[in-house]
Design a protein. Structure first.
Lengths: 352, 352, 352
């Protein structure tokens, strides 16, 4: 008898628009997960680091880092959606909708919202909208991602192409549902590490986050397993040694979290990611790479009915093996510059 | 004055049948330990991962992974029993008897139940039965293991050989003492990740668990320290560089935990290890090795008075640096095949 | 617009005697942090490992390891004090004043108490007294440290030299403020791992702690980030490759914690560090180094009004890539011997 009970994942031709996946495994987050997340990235945002700080300004308690919530929900979708992915191409319309606290349990479902075969007929792109919920049924986040998947059977016919229309950015009116009313008088700027409020940032302003982190194999593997993300390219050196890169690939979400943690230096009061308007993993990262990050302020927006907080739209760029003091992004020819890893477009929340 | 207060461990001639050891250090397990365990192995079994899932089916809360309990109890015995071991030869008659929850404190005692000098008179085998208890006095697990120990004094006389008789497998009537009454109607198979119940498995069925993990030095050291296991071969490269393998050896329990985590793919509803009937570490593992796993169903058994759950006896085999799709185990000559690391014989519990 | 909001740290000429820093970020410690600390060092002291043990002898619950408290408070001071340090030269007058439990939140302030330019006029030494408090306002520890800092502007004038007078050791009358009344009858020596009490140690006694640990990059980075210590020399291989050592330096506090964990073997009942009388990082450590440790008992002292506990003053020495059985410390010429990393002078607390 053969291993018919083993999940070997879906391939391009297994997806249909409208298809729904209820992902395994539900996951209760704890202060243990938070400690490990902190040790992996070194984040220092006061709201997530300090119970009394979070409670003073209006949270029930210190919330779990937004990107940890993202990674855990994302991780659940991997066995069904991207176990056999060639590449995780992009994100859009990611909104954080409810604070997540230690003790909360996350589940995830995904709906296929687009499919398009590549012109080589050996692979194609699948678009899914993934929704994470907590044990109460409340949605904690939603996002769209698209991945390139190989075909199992090259002769399989492809369905008609459906490519979803995705907004360039999340409407500010939809932001900050996950932020309670903030008592800004009790927000201790000195303890948070910087004096800058919402109105202190200006479109066009660029910030070199100045610090950097060199990645180790053990670190990215620990992180990716913490999220129960099983994508084999991150863990199996025996197999990867035969592949294009000869090495394990670092889960792209790790670059997101590192860049976010580094961005504390200059954006210390951007205590919440309200939305990921878009994101691209421009190049792969490997153990031994040193990650730097910089940000550009793209836009400021008020949030309807909120006088306590404002939104800053920022481009957060991670680069590797080069300092970010000269804000590397594009070449003269318009392609991404050497060393650019990640190009994220975020709505960040600050006290006013 | 010299370091007479330092424990340098026992040698073969220090053991006598009937000898009792009350091991240091009692250890309170927390959600922090659980988070780290998850990050080290990537387990996805729903009962251990999710508080509401565990509570819905009848647990007081999500129990600690069975093998984590095993490793912590095992670790306590190392300074007294196996600090100077040449090899950890085998396990038998390991039964899990009470669920362990975060907040519980584990202690361990061992009794010497067998001793046999090797024919070379430079080493010998010691058999111990180790019992782990929680703070209430309840036994959480018992197991027998045997280790090869060198002699400190080659001239030391050996006692008469005593080799304990060990059953080939644990009697099914003794299984599942650690499993509360399970409300199978509330066991959400879709969330757990697979649809298979007890009756869906058949003796002779083999499952390639399909995923793999490459081990790093930092990972196995973190894990082994988490269990407060002090065996020097895992930690001291300066000393190991002079030894047979030139490298640190990975604690065998890590291979057990990795294989168990990989076995989720195909055995997702085997939510509890009720017993380890036997186990052998066939070959050493080192950092850089990639671990694959496969299982063979050996036997199905009802459990007296339990209509909620059934037991599946499975052989869980871990191999390194080769895929498990062809179920590697023995050579034509009957010895273990190249790459086989671990041969475990388990009783697993599933919903009926 | 340039990155004016980014903190690039202070340089020698930025400090003035009397200057005060309220450091970011407040940090709530959890059982998750404790689990990771245990996995990083493998400590086995019963009071910190076991809730019922700690409660039986008089603690409210198992306290957080003293050196973890030290590292977290120290880490807060790094962005303001030592981000641009050439070297962390020494510690003195470090006293632990209140037990810290999971759930407590730590903050830190520092006062500049000394400044002295080096004769080369390119750098200088800054002395600070750092105070850590918990959310109640209680001081949990105080210590003095001095660091060598480079000048940003070599032409900057130096203030008059002020070098604080520091006692050689903390007065025993000031010790053990962080230790509740201990019920020694309920201190289970067998479970703690050794039988030795205060009166069993003698000045001049030396103990080889016998175990050793080889350090990995991922381990020291995880630990240092756990403490939110941002000193770039620990994390940025891309930058370090251009420097003196070509490699990331291990945060000296990691050597302190490893040596302390190793010292369990021989000092198992020294359950609390009451004071660090002085300490020097003699040489840098790097990933791949194997750390051994030994101790010498320097002095025994009663503590006024305490019949439950006594203090042992011990020199704790960490060495690398050589065993500690011959107690390596000084050369015949009086300089530190090859391989010595750390020379700590501690007051330790034991049951009487």
């Amino acid at each position: 008898m053969t291993a018919s009970k083993t999940n070997t994942g879906n391939f391009f031709e297994d997806f249909r628009v409208g298809q729904l996946f209820a992902h395994a495994t539900p996951r209760t987050l704890t202060v243990g997960d938070v400690a490990l997340y902190n040790a992996l990235y070194g984040a220092r945002f006061a709201v997530q680091s300090c119970e009394p700080f979070a409670q003073a300004i209006g949270y029930r308690r210190a919330p779990v880092d937004d990107l940890m919530v993202f990674h855990v929900v994302f991780g659940k979708s991997v066995p069904d959606i991207s176990r056999n992915a060639i590449a995780n191409l992009g994100y859009a319309d990611c909104r954080f909708l409810t604070p997540v606290y230690p003790g909360d349990t996350l589940t995830a479902v995904s709906e296929v919202i687009g499919i398009k075969e590549n012109s080589n007929h050996t692979s194609g792109v699948v678009y899914v909208r993934t929704t994470g919920r907590k044990q109460t049924g409340e949605i904690v986040l939603e996002f769209v991602r698209w991945v390139m998947l190989r075909k199992r059977n090259l002769a399989a016919a492809a369905p008609a192409a459906v490519v979803p229309k995705l907004a360039e950015r999340v409407d500010p009116a939809l932001l900050a549902k996950a932020v309670p009313a903030i008592d800004v008088k009790r927000y201790a700027f000195a303890l948070a590490g910087e004096a800058y409020r919402w109105a202190d940032y200006r479109p066009g302003e660029r910030l070199d986050h100045a610090e950097a982190m060199t990645l180790e194999e053990a670190e990215h593997q620990l992180a990716t397993r913490l999220y129960q993300n099983t994508a084999r390219v991150h863990f199996n050196q025996h197999e990867q040694a035969q592949g294009q890169f000869k090495r394990r690939l670092v889960y792209g979400g790790i670059i997101m979290s590192l860049a976010r943690a580094l961005s504390y230096n200059g954006l210390a009061n951007c205590f919440h990611i309200a939305a990921i308007n878009g994101g691209r993993h421009v190049a792969p990262a490997f153990a031994g790479d040193t990650i730097y990050a910089w940000s550009e302020i793209l836009e400021l927006s008020e949030i309807p009915l909120r006088r306590d907080i404002g939104a800053v739209r920022a481009r957060l760029v991670a680069v590797k093996n080069r300092a970010a003091a000269d804000f590397p992004l594009l070449t003269a020819a318009g392609s991404y510059a050497e060393g650019v890893l990640l190009d994220l477009d975020l709505w960040l929340i600050l006290p006013r």
